[in-house]
Design a protein around this ligand. Structure first.
Ligand code: PMT
Length: 410
């Protein structure tokens, strides 16, 4: 998304200015060409030399200086940029721009540019909640400016509350979101992720190796493409992919079943990446099982509901996507699951392959559709694999929209 993009990073004068250095590095790592513009006050916190060294571009601080040393010659940055990000955005810079004041290079550039502008504010909690700042933020939003709101935390001034610069990961995610085509807008996507934990007694359970990474990647990419996303996940140790994805955490397969049933009617697309346990111990004992001398212990198991199979029976115009984690006969097994569960697509991963399946950040998959067509996806990050799966989903959405009678009633 950021490859070869020209991005202007505006840095205003707050203590979080040092975090803009990390933001710059993340954007350049992803292939963007970043031009830094600093206010006078920002230079009190970080020197222009730091940004210049890391961006490889001259840092602009001076109001009337033309860009002599840059490859773009006298063409102004505001014209060639794809995006402006102002991080940190202080109460002062928000106030100036919201009220049409352009008295330095950064504010002038914001006024002059026609490209999307993203603000990542950071300030003292009382300043953030003050009616002046909130009115300015509302005013800027009404004019189409975009925001990554600050988060709660310990602030540099010693107070605690909302005012901390959003995590760099979240700012980068918002930037990628701005560049993404919203081809899933209007669609409600239900995604399951992670393992289930089937209790044996108060201290033990049966589970599997799923971490939730594949499902979380799908949730993030679907949201980025404009879908309304609901994420139902088993227990996990991951950070939330985005603040605007509601997350329902369940423990066992029966809880996942209830949660999925609750959301199924109102969604258009279901993608089940969760590794749901097929069996659960017959009884969850209320007391811890004690060790028996030289004895074995026989655990009796009951079948869990097959959630996806049930959805396949109930579906109307839903699009259903399943996963198949296999250790042998990958496509044969995946094909049987696709038919038995009445799915549109099944994503088969051979979990014995290095770089595929549980726990890793990559996956290697084959996507099988109901017509028997297979798309092979080589080793890629789970985000990239998620995007390719969603490309197939978008094709199905378009086909369904064409086939549905008017008025289109999902
Ligand atoms: O979470 P990660 O660490 O990133 O790992 C990713 C993954 C390996 C878990 C993921 O890529 C994956 O393959 N998920 C499905 C694993 C699985 O359990 O497959 P299955 O063959 O048992 O189930 C087939 C399909 O039916 C799945 O979509 C599953 O969610 C669903 N199912 C299974 C059992 C059950 N009782 N109810 C179900 O709905």
């Amino acid at each position: 998304m950021l490859k070869n993009r020209e991005i202007i990073l505006g840095v205003s004068g707050g203590i979080a200015a040092y975090k803009s250095v990390e933001l710059l590095r993340e954007m350049t790592k992803k292939g963007a060409n970043v031009h830094v513009v600093m206010t006078q006050n920002a230079q009190q916190f970080v020197t222009p030399l730091t940004f210049q060294t890391l961006s490889g571009n001259p840092v602009l601080c001076d109001m009337f200086r033309l860009l002599e040393d840059s490859k773009i010659g006298h063409v102004t940055l505001a014209d060639i940029a794809d995006l402006m990000v102002i991080a940190p955005a202080t109460a002062n810079i928000l106030g100036k721009i919201a009220n049409g004041i352009a008295d330095d290079f950064l504010t002038t550039m914001v006024m002059a540019t026609k490209v999307p502008v993203l603000f990542a504010p950071s300030m003292n909690v009382n300043m953030w909640h003050s009616s002046f700042v909130q009115n300015n933020v509302e005013r800027l939003k009404a004019h189409g400016y975009q925001f990554v709101d600050p988060i709660e935390g310990d602030l540099a001034c010693g107070s605690v509350g909302k005012g901390k610069l959003a995590d760099i990961e979240e700012i980068v995610e918002k930037i990628e979101d701005i560049f993404t085509k919203k081809d899933l807008s209007g669609q409600h996507v239900l995604i399951t992720a992670g393992p289930t934990l089937e209790p044996i007694d108060p201290v033990r359970y049966i589970t599997n190796r799923s971490t939730g990474k594949m499902g979380f990647a799908l949730a993030k990419m679907a949201r980025r493409r404009g879908a309304e996303v609901t994420l139902i996940t088993g227990p996990h140790y991951l950070s939330l992919p985005r603040r605007d994805i509601p997350q329902i955490v369940v423990n066992d397969a029966r809880q996942m079943h209830e949660a999925v049933k609750h959301y199924f009617e109102d969604c258009h697309i279901v993608i089940m990446a969760a590794a749901v346990a097929d069996f659960r111990p017959q009884d969850c004992l209320t007391e811890k099982i004690t060790k028996r001398k030289n004895g074995t212990y026989l655990l009796e198991m009951d079948r869990n509901p097959d959630i996806l199979k049930e959805l396949g029976e109930k579906r109307r115009n839903h699009i259903l996507v399943g996963f198949a984690a296999e250790t042998s006969e990958l496509m044969e097994n995946a094909g049987v699951k696709l038919k038995e569960k009445n799915l549109d697509l099944i994503v088969a991963n051979d979990v014995t392959q290095a770089g595929a399946g549980f726990g890793v950040d990559t996956n290697i998959v084959k996507i099988l559709d109901a017509q028997g067509k297979v798309r092979k996806v080589p080793i890629l990050s789970k985000d990239e694999v998620a995007d390719i799966i969603l490309d197939q989903v978008v094709k199905l959405v378009k086909k369904k929209e064409k086939d549905l009678p008017w008025p289109r009633n999902w």
